[in-house]
Design a protein around this ligand. Structure first.
Ligand SMILES: [Zn+2]
Ligand SMILES: [Zn+2]
Length: 263
């Protein structure tokens, strides 16, 4: 089974879509604008959405997806799409998105008895089993309550940091896991390091300080680091700055549309 990168950009432009990963066809990890590239059939197969935090670039397609698949889900035996997130994130979605003004409350539509969405709170450190997949909720440090996710694959754990600034708790936990892939954000170039710090993101220099906490993988397996959340038009500059730091692990820019094998 695979992870499909639907979007991994820090903003939109032609060819750039915001954060979303499709795990095993059934689980979305974040719901940025990349979700809009799925067919109606693919959208209707989604049973779970794991949300990292409430920012629009990560949640916009929860709202649009609910509308797209409402009739199909209402007629199926699959039940609602379960939206998993921190209680604070769910409260924000309820208050500011599914409030009847920005968008209808799809946790009560098409009927209160059989809604298309159901909200399920989770907490940092939780271990979930969804569609036969083991998933752990990781800490993140951002301007709003946030988490990352680790998904167990055969080669090791696939880890998505979510949007995060410097995060010592993450490295303490990752030191205990065998990682195959680390998806980590570098939202700003070093010229904008002050902005990165203020907005709870990383720049290349901050990334290097974070990755220094990460030991080489046990058993000689190759850990691949993938950079995400770069703004459109900034990839060359950000990746150039990262390469100049000669980091200990192989680092590359994640690309929209790629598929990452877990098994
Ligand atoms: Zn954010
Ligand atoms: Zn973001």
């Amino acid at each position: 089974m695979t992870i499909r990168v639907l979007g991994c950009s820090g903003a939109i432009a032609a060819g750039s879509r915001t954060t979303s990963f499709l795990l095993d066809d059934r689980i979305l990890i974040d719901a940025g604008t990349g979700v809009g590239d799925l067919t109606l059939e693919e959208l209707a197969r989604i049973d779970h959405i794991l949300v990292s935090h409430s920012h629009l670039d990560h949640v916009v397609s929860i709202a649009l997806l609910a509308d797209s698949v409402m009739r199909r889900r209402a007629l199926s035996v699959d039940g609602p799409i379960r939206v998993h997130a921190l209680p604070e994130t769910l409260a924000t979605l309820r208050q500011h998105v599914f409030n009847g003004a920005i968008w209808p409350d799809f946790t009560r539509l098409p009927s209160v008895e059989q809604p298309v969405l159901a909200f399920e709170p989770l907490h940092t450190g939780d271990r979930l089993e969804l569609c036969g997949r083991r998933i752990e909720v990781l800490s993140a440090v951002h301007t709003v309550p946030a988490v990352g996710y680790a998904v167990q694959g055969r080669r090791g754990w696939w880890v998505f940091t979510g949007d995060t600034g410097p995060n010592p708790a993450l490295w303490r936990r990752l030191a205990e896991l065998d990682l195959s892939d680390l998806i980590i954000e570098t939202a700003f170039s070093d010229e904008e390091e002050a902005l990165a710090r203020k907005s709870g993101h990383l720049s290349p220099s901050a990334l290097a300080r974070e990755l220094a906490h990460l030991k080489g993988p046990a058993g000689g397996g190759a850990l691949q680091v993938h950079i995400t959340h770069i703004k459109p038009g900034e990839t060359g500059a950000v990746m150039g700055q990262i390469r100049a730091l000669s980091l200990q692990h192989p680092v590359r820019a994640l690309e929209t549309g790629e598929r990452m094998a877990l098994d």
